[in-house]
Design a protein around this ligand. Structure first.
Ligand SMILES: Nc1ncnc2c1ncn2[C@@H]1O[C@H](COP(=O)(O)OS(=O)(=O)O)[C@@H](OP(=O)(O)O)[C@H]1O
Ligand SMILES: Nc1ncnc2c1ncn2[C@@H]1O[C@H](COP(=O)(O)OP(=O)(O)O)[C@@H](O)[C@H]1O
Length: 581
């Protein structure tokens, strides 16, 4: 069923891993038509980001010789011994997690789709077996600590794995950087055009700085061949720089700082597991399938960071040790590098082991790049980053006063939320922050039309407002929400939708004052029993425990309330004081 590339590899290039030809699971046009017709009666599975990436690499032969998600025999042996059932060295499970309640049955094709409903593939389910979460965590990742991203994902995933022959109708569609996306066969064709037979690949999930440039150029010189810069654009470590920004950096660097014809830049749709040493072997296999003879392994390759005790999961050079032990069997030569550091006195980079005795060294960690430079709007120094790369990174990481912001007013009816919100919007505009207002009363006439005041309806209302605020603030907008939002848990939900840019303002005006004001006459009706479930009268209001700002409008004027908020926003960095714009 699985078509493979029978017409031979472009001459001179290394053969794919595993002894066969490059796997290609894409079916013919006639078969596509048949499958589309048949799919209507089949159970469907919507693939998550990881499975989508895995499907793409299976389909194009990036994971050759694998021709599908692993069955039980491969899965168990890979975890325990790093080998497929037939003995081929293979470091990590490539599996398809499924929930049993989704209509999936052995002996029946399962339609695999993306979140948009696009039909991508059929898995002819032959095996349905339970995932062994403990064995996989300990065997494949060496830990059960949920701080490891692969362990966290494993704990969340459904309890069964599906396997069987795979037929792919189409690759998951991509519309970004299409000119830089290539299948393994296309990368091989590029190498053949360039006349390369020796190629060293560089794997990365980070922006490239001068140290990486040095290291990649030296690696290519060392092997006397070409260079493939092969960044991962699938799933990387949570918190990484988004791939759009990274690819803009790679492009600028490759265009301006590498000799023409010395490098190929191609994007890899891999879902990283952050599995350190074992992952390094997987990376090498994938690069061999793309036609590379060598692979660069530096310090802390595919490192997942620190565990819950604050200790690194893997030794920083464990990946190099494991690669060295298996280089021959993988058929991929390792080009190992120690950490590169800068010698300011000599204006050059060296491996940390080669630093002359007593020499001063300079280095900036990824965390320092984020916290000490980008977050503060300080440009990265030229010895560390090429100016084009530094400019792209600083543009993508604007200082806090130019980032999005959600201002969330909560409090009883009549506590002053809307009044202060409007006054605040005017003051914010003075600082160059133009805000949109989402007011409870108004929202309930459109976005939340038809909702009442039961707990369920109030939660739905707040979830919607929080969702919209999250969308607006995500890309630089400022939004002021004024809603009673009486439930703590739901306010916390809204906070999570505007991560790091949510400011909660509690209008803590006493109930007696709100009731006395009774702007809309609703308190009188509530006391008279004409309105049931009125907040503060016969419905709960859970007082915020730690709001960023708490105001009492019975003792503080509107202008002073606004000034208190402005001062807080200046303190938090969300606005710049006058004179520093
Ligand atoms: N039962 C009951 N409880 C509270 N409030 C009521 C109720 N019935 C109607 N109203 C009016 O609706 C406004 C509150 O809507 P919100 O969307 O802010 O409420 S919630 O956050 O969903 O709880 C609120 O407006 P504000 O006075 O601006 O807060 C009231 O005018
Ligand atoms: N700081 C304040 N000082 C005096 N009155 C205020 C203050 N803030 C609000 N008010 C008054 O309280 C009433 C209710 O305010 P409003 O903004 O409608 O509350 P909410 O939106 O919380 O229901 C309005 O008449 C408003 O003028």
């Amino acid at each position: 069923m699985n078509a493979t590339l029978k017409d031979g590899e472009p001459s001179g290039l290394i053969s794919p891993y595993g002894g066969g030809s490059l796997v290609n699971l894409l079916v013919s046009d006639e078969r596509v038509a048949e499958m589309k017709a048949q799919s209507k009666d089949l159970p469907s599975l919507t693939l998550d980001d990881r499975s989508l990436c895995d499907l793409e690499l299976l389909a194009t032969g990036g994971f050759s010789p694998l021709t599908s998600f692993m069955g039980r025999a491969d899965y168990e042996r890979v975890i325990a011994e790093m080998r497929l059932a037939d003995g081929t060295l293979w470091p990590l499970p490539i599996t398809l997690p499924v929930a049993l309640d989704s209509g999936i049955r052995e002996g029946k094709p399962l339609a695999l789709r993306d979140v948009y409903g696009n039909l991508l593939a059929f898995l002819h389910v032959e095996e349905l077996f339970p995932v062994d979460k403990k064995a996989e965590a300990l065997g494949a990742y060496g830990t059960q600590d949920a701080k490891h991203p692969a362990v966290a994902a494993l704990m969340r995933q459904p309890d069964y794995l599906a396997a069987g022959p795979l037929e792919v109708l189409r690759l998951p569609p991509h519309y970004d950087f299409v000119e830089l996306r290539h299948t393994p066969a296309q990368v091989r064709a590029l190498f053949a055009q360039l006349g390369w037979s020796k190629v060293v690949a560089f794997q990365t999930r980070n922006p490239l700085h001068r140290a990486h440039e040095e290291l990649t150029k030296r690696a290519a010189a060392q092997i006397g061949g070409g260079l493939l810069i092969h960044p991962v654009v699938g799933v990387t470590k949570p918190g990484d720089v988004d791939h759009f920004t990274r690819v803009r950096c790679y492009r600028a660097l490759v265009d301006d700082y590498y000799e023409p014809g010395s490098v190929v830049l191609s994007l890899l749709p891999l879902a990283m597991r952050m599995a350190g040493p074992r992952e390094a072997l997987l990376h090498a296999i994938i690069r061999r399938n793309h036609g590379c003879t060598h692979f660069i392994v530096g310090r802390d390759h595919a490192g997942p960071g620190k565990d819950s005790q604050g200790r690194p999961f893997y030794d920083p050079y464990a990946a190099q040790d494991l690669m060295r032990a298996h280089e021959a069997e993988l058929g991929v030569g390792m080009v190992d590098f120690k950490q590169m550091v800068y010698l300011p006195a000599e204006k050059r980079y060296v491996a940390i082991d080669d630093v002359p005795a007593g020499a001063e060294i300079a280095d900036i960690s990824g965390t320092q790049v984020r916290n000490d430079y980008l977050a503060k709007g300080i440009p990265l120094p030229e010895w560390f980053s090429r100016p084009e790369v530094a400019a792209i990174l600083s543009e993508a990481n604007p200082p806090k006063h130019r980032q999005g912001l959600t201002l969330w007013f909560t409090g009883l009816s009549g506590s002053g939320k809307s009044t202060i919100a409007q006054a605040l919007a005017e003051r914010l505009a003075e600082f160059g922050r133009n805000a949109s207002l989402l007011d409870g009363d108004e929202i309930r006439t459109h976005l939340s039309k038809g909702l009442g005041f039961s707990k369920e309806d109030r939660d739905t209302n707040i979830q919607r407002v929080g969702y919209v605020a999250g969308l607006v603030s995500q890309h630089g907008g400022t939004v002021i929400c004024s809603v009673i939002s009486p439930y703590r848990e739901t306010r916390e939900y809204a906070r999570k939708l505007s991560p790091g840019r949510f400011v909660e303002i509690h209008c803590a005006t006493p109930l007696e004052v709100c009731e006395q004001r009774d702007v809309k006459g609703l308190y009188a009706k509530a006391r008279a029993g004409q309105i049931k479930g009125f907040t503060g009268i016969d419905d709960p209001y859970e007082v915020p425990e730690n709001p960023e700002v708490r105001l009492d409008t019975s003792t503080t004027s509107i202008a002073d309330c606004v000034q208190i908020i402005i001062d807080k926003l200046i303190e938090m960095g969300f606005i710049q004081p006058h004179g520093h714009a």
